[in-house]
Design a protein around this ligand. Sequence first.
Ligand code: SAM
Length: 368
Amino acid sequence: MNFRLAQLRKSHGLTQQELGDILSVSYQTISKWENGISYPDMTLLPQISQYFGVSVDALLGLQPLEEAYVPSNSGKEEYWKNRLSYLQRTRKILWNDDYMKFLVRDVWKITEPVTVLDCGCGYGFMGMLLMPLLPEGSSYVGLDFSKIMIETAESIFKEQGINARFIVSDVMEYQAPTQYDMVISQALLRHVDNAYSFLEKMITFLKPDGLFISMECNREFEEDGLFIKGLEYDKLCQHDGLVKLWKTELDKQNRDYSIAMKMPHYLKGIGLKNIACRMNDKVTFLEPEQSDYAEKLECIAKADHWSNEKSEQETEADISYFMNHGMNRKEAEDYCRKQNGIVIYLKKHAGDVALTKANGYMISYGWK
Ligand SMILES: C[S@@+](CC[C@H](N)C(=O)[O-])C[C@H]1O[C@@H](n2cnc3c(N)ncnc32)[C@H](O)[C@@H]1O
């Protein structure tokens, strides 16, 4: 039980003696309750919760305390500073090159050289994937507010001799001196507040008749798209609490984890033509006999934070964050237990883990 007496007492600036006087018990009793040596009689709980103005569930740690919402910060530049290697690992299992080739040649039918702007380009992954497939003479500009990402992109592209230019800027603040034939963005809008205003802004970077492409994941597909041989469904599926977290983040900061599914509708609303939506066909099937098995498994484990078991303190911090974002204590504990369960399973079966993973990225596109 996560009895929150000490936390509430301190936040109200009371000593153990003062609280003891209020509840007509000794300060030693308060100390025992706070340290889990004993607990108050059930009949006292309504009095204590009423005094602090919280529900009995919140007092017992079963529901979040009514504390200020702590926004998710993955739309901030400082969040991305230390995430270059995370991004590089996840990109290794994100696309089948042949599927992108199919889109460029058979779906988007790009036969003439084009100018491409990639918004929230990271280290330029999409540029590296796209440029060899586009007609000769095409050019690529990457835009990102993270200096580290842009510096890395510049050095990779220089080394590979790809025609590209990079700009450090917040997408929302960027004043494009020219308009582009193609504006693309991958895994940007799921991280920002107010995705629709980003979309409106990105469309201004596009020439009339230009092609806009948004590639985003839908978190429900992402959560469902995992099978680890040997683990039952109930050790993997973890939607219950997450749905509340997604909804809370949508309500509190307009951050939308279903953005991928909404995107074609947004494109329609914004006035694009010939809108369509597809799904990235990449599914990672991993088993020990494959030559790149260890590398891919490490990529997946690190990207999904399954490399190290969390300490009790780290787990408690996660639980507090999840409760602050709408889960109740049980949902938060269940989620953390399942995540830790995966870590333990992967460790125990090191060298012998087989899995299937689908990221569920959706590709929405339309012409201006
Ligand atoms: C998940 S990464 C995706 C990077 C790249 N599109 C890819 O798929 O590899 C999100 C990127 O968007 C950038 N970003 C987030 N918000 C931004 C903003 N408001 N303006 C510019 N870049 C932003 C981050 O710095 C990060 O590099």
